[in-house]
Design a protein around this ligand. Sequence first.
Ligand SMILES: [Zn+2]
Length: 460
Amino acid sequence: MNIEQRARRYGLLTFAGLWMAACAFGQSSSTPGQSVAGADNVFADLRKEWASNLRDKNVGACVAEYAPDAEFVQPDGASVRGSAAIGKLYETITATFDSNLVFDSKQLESAGDDAIDSGSYREVLTARATGKRQLYTGGYRTVYHRDKDGHWLIVKMAWIGSGDPIALDLDPHPVVALTFDDLPAAGTLPAGKTRAEIAEMLTGELMANHMAGTYGFVNAKKLEGNPDAEKALHIWVDAGMNIGSHTWSHPGLTSEQVFKPLPVEEYIADVARNEPALAEYGQLRDWKWFRYPFLEEGDTVEKRRAVRKYLFEHGYRIAQVTLDFEDYAWNDAYARCAATKDTVAIDWLRQSYLETATEYIRLGREEQLIAFGHEIPNVMLLHATAFTTLMLPDLLQLLRGQGFSFEGLAQVENDSAYSLDPDAGLKYGGTLPDQFMDSRHLPYPPVKPKPLQQLAHLCQ
Ligand SMILES: [Zn+2]
């Protein structure tokens, strides 16, 4: 079982457009009532609808969310009132920008037919004229009144910006090292295939793209009683690829996971247990690179430090990740659809795989701009599954189309950013930029969610 079901914190896909500069929406002047149980869902839906109407530039539906004499206070303090003026504002905004906004509601107060929803927002505005993207953050406060028909209408919406936006200008010449986890047996094997065949195909594609020395991270437990897996790993190393450690049995290190994490001592023993196989297959190669399963480095700083101490004392370097779109999540669906030869479903899998890769590559790069102020050379996490093997030519084309060039893991991790350590216990596993974002509570740009539900049900 190598499905890495990380609890991700990415929000829903919502778009909207808004508003620069700063504004104050003033201290809460009305008397707050108590929170009303069950009301949260109503207002969550209203927020979602608000954002999707703006994303879709459905100005009529946007204006209909407001009471006829509603007030809209922009971040610069300027205020407009009434349906006509609000409609005009929406027309201007939607003509100028595409925008993608997520509300993070912090408080909902409700009394009778009145309610106040407040919290923070994250928004990426893309200027339609130039394509330039900027991340805005700040607070919002929405005052609702329920009309005689039972509809909650906005009577006042106020925004407060929190300083200058962050420009999300991507480097035209990014660099990436591809890496593959869960060798020598990643994901469900499609019927009629062998691990050795997949290893042949994967290494063949890597060699054809001059990527000898690519790192694959091994769980030696998968070799036990599996001659096909042994053969696959021989094919990998004989083709000139590198191997590193992914622990012996792929345990987690962070609580609140689908898989119960191991205590630190057992986790370290699991790392040690992986070494004989690495030494055997890796021989004189530099196999002292470690990839944390689930990218979990520990939910307490004590755990994190204890495992790092062991790794460093034993000569390992940590194979951090900057780009991850959970490529493994497509493989089980592919195995099912391949069994029934459902070519329509497989076409959808191919398309959604590449769309999700595009979205999360961009996210990973934008996180670096937010966390570090600049992009760093990348490490992409992939898995040596049948489906990622099948998709690799398309993925390489996608990366090349975005200006990426390819380097080895060791070269990439020579960048000084890779010696930085957030040194914090983190609730979720994540990429290196994720870890900095989470430890510093930095705002993630809104991102389209992965189609995990569809993947779970496809070809069932
Ligand atoms: Zn893994």
